[in-house]
Design a protein around this ligand. Sequence first.
Ligand SMILES: C[S@@+](CC[C@H](N)C(=O)[O-])C[C@H]1O[C@@H](n2cnc3c(N)ncnc32)[C@H](O)[C@@H]1O
Length: 246
Amino acid sequence: MDKYLWNDLASDYAKSVEDNDDQTIQNYLKKEIEIISELCSKKIQDKKKFYIIDMGSGTGRVLFELNTFFKNAEISYLGIELSEPMIILSEKKKLKFSPDSNIHFIKMDLMELDSKLFEKSSPGSVVMCLYNTIGVLPDSKRPFFVEQMKKIAGPEGLVIISTFNGDDFKNIAPIMYNAMLPMIKKINSDSFDEKNRVFKNENGFRSQWFPKKQIMELLKTELEPIPIEINFDGKVKTFGYVFTNE
Ligand SMILES: C[S@@+](CC[C@H](N)C(=O)[O-])C[C@H]1O[C@@H](n2cnc3c(N)ncnc32)[C@H](O)[C@@H]1O
């Protein structure tokens, strides 16, 4: 999808995600952050200095949550984001909730990521790309992007990717996108392309979903991802996955 479309979506992003009253979205975010906090905790443990870098950080929701979770640790948080309106919202949030925190946002295109620019944060960073952000990046650039993430994380670091469950696109996608209507704005009769696991609409919004094997291949890992499981209509369903490279 056009990377600049996010400028128009920014003002409604929180309504669809962190401030969404929809119980499924709330449960999804709660579960996702639990898994990510746990993974970061294990990695950080005895380290003196650590970086947590969020690629496509949006309104900064995960960095603020982690900052609250790891209150006393000496962690630097970095959000990488192309959309100026998203960065402005992140900075406003910072002023309101944690003005003195070590959270910073940098305007950068993920497609032009250069691991050399992150040398200061090595060795040992957690480098994340969450909430299916990898699915809004151009297909041909994904392998490059994941390689850069690995380089930035370094040998002592960790890469975390979370995606929606593309193995069950048919059932999960309608639940998720109907709940995120304030941001995506439009669901058309051909929005759910089940064959290709793509959600798209007439406004140019497009998100690719993946079978879990595809992300494992991208990460070059045999490690099974951690499922994001939610109770929906009395049944536990896998809405997404959290992948790591080790
Ligand atoms: C689905 S949102 C996810 C936001 C955040 N990671 C979260 O979990 O709430 C995708 C984010 O990626 C950003 N983005 C998309 N393409 C990008 C690019 N090429 N470079 C940098 N950021 C990009 C968008 O502006 C948007 O904020």
